[in-house]
Design a protein around this ligand. Structure first.
Ligand code: NAD
Ligand code: TYD
Length: 342
């Protein structure tokens, strides 16, 4: 049995990863180590709780003592503060978790001599409107979130070079799918479309993102953990670049169809608002290396993935209603209150 410490396993990608990995590998035992911040939700893992190969420990990746008392053979680090807009409002938790927390995990991995897979993001490369980023592209982070992730990537690199840590880094594009916290663009548009609320589109809506279905990302992380070469970085993406306004329109048309409404009644909810500060114009990533060296490729067609995602949110109203609490609405008000007033 391979005992894997999955940090941030109660978040969006971590919980999808745990569900996927427990099903795909009968020889994996997973310890979900998560602080349960606003983004962590154990309801995401209800189906795993009956498995003897799943356990949960509530903790902060910055807590060395707690981590030292846990037995495991490898670490997959998903734990992070993950939302760019929140990093603009307050960068501190990003530095604490994404930098200092990763440093702490690296120390624990070094003491154990265990494998460390660091889950990072294409946002460390900054913005591109032409060529997709390769693993050799320079790191040019533009948001406090991206800078904190780039810093953690650099720390991982230094532990590989200095301490021969058996580490690998993955850098993925924008994920979407079930269990994504409603602050991110795609679930926000789905929920506001279901609730007839204004859809805030930053700037001119022409910023481009590459959207990948979360399970495709999970399969890629798993492939790197199993077969990746120590010391390597793997870009993960779907070659599915699309301007935000097109994504918003596709979603609203589908939501209108599901609700039996005419498209116009939802499209008119689109509200152009003040742009995000430092807003990266475009992300695009070349996943050629992981495709060629590990035989991974994205499988989900975007339109099918979006359909599945919308259906999931419609079928799981209890899940998101519980999230739309006072705490989330306070954030929503700070982030959008003035913007939506125009
Ligand atoms: P998320 O915000 O949904 O989940 C983060 C999880 O980490 C939560 O469960 C939270 O409770 C936990 N956490 C936060 N601070 C912690 C700490 N100090 N100790 C322990 N647990 C802590 O994020 P996500 O979208 O699932 O992203 C997961 C990882 O993937 C992050 O490292 C992120 O940078 C990376 N990533 C995300 C995307 C994306 O599109 N969402 C794309 C590429 C890479
Ligand atoms: P987001 O989901 O926050 O991911 P990231 O910033 O990590 O790419 O945003 C995706 C894109 O959507 C990004 O260009 C910002 C834009 N956006 C809006 O236009 N309105 C919104 O309310 C949000 C949350 C994002």
């Amino acid at each position: 049995m391979m005992k894997i410490l999955v940090t941030g396993g109660a978040g969006f990608i971590g919980s999808n990863f745990i569900q996927y990995a427990l099903e795909a590998h009968s020889d994996y035992a997973i310890i979900n180590f998560d602080k349960l911040t606003y983004a962590g939700n154990l309801e995401n893992l209800k189906e795993c709780e009956s498995s003897e190969r799943y356990s949960f420990i509530k903790g902060d990746i910055g807590d060395r003592k707690l981590l030292e008392g846990i037995e495991f053979d490898g670490i997959i680090n998903f734990a992070a503060e993950s939302h760019v807009d929140r990093s603009i409002l307050d960068a501190q938790p990003f530095l604490e978790t994404n930098i200092m927390g990763t440093y702490n995990l690296l120390e624990v991995a070094r003491q154990r001599g265990c494998t460390f897979l660091h889950v990072s993001t294409d946002e460390v490369y900054g913005s591109t409107e032409k060529e997709p980023f390769s693993e050799d592209s320079p790191l040019m982070p533009n948001s406090p979130y991206a800078a904190s992730k780039a810093s953690s990537d650099m720390l991982v690199r230094s532990y590989m070079e200095t301490h021969n840590l058996k580490a690998m880094i993955t850098r993925c594009s924008n994920n979407y799918g079930p269990y994504q916290f409603p602050e991110k663009l795609i679930p926000l548009v789905v929920l506001n479309g279901l609730n007839d609320k204004p859809i805030p589109v930053y700037g001119d809506g022409m910023n481009v993102r590459d959207w990948i279905y979360v399970v495709d990302h999970c399969r890629a992380v798993d492939a790197v953990f199993q077969k990746g070469s120590v010391g390597e970085i793997y870009n993960i993406g779907s070659r599915n670049e699309c301007p935000n306004i097109d994504i918003v329109t596709i979603i609203l048309r589908k939501v209108a169809d599901k609700r039996g409404l005419d498209e116009e009644s939802l499209l008119k909810l689109i509200t152009y608002v003040e742009d995000r500060k430092g807003h990266d114009r475009g992300y695009a990533i070349d996943p050629g290396k992981i495709e060629e060296s590990l035989g991974w490729k994205p499988e989900m067609d975007f339109y099918q993935g979006i359909e599945k995602t919308i259906e999931w949110y419609i079928a799981h109203e209890e899940w998101w209603q519980r999230i739309l609490t006072r705490e989330y609405m306070r954030y929503y008000d700070v982030q959008y209150g003035e913007r939506l007033k125009g």
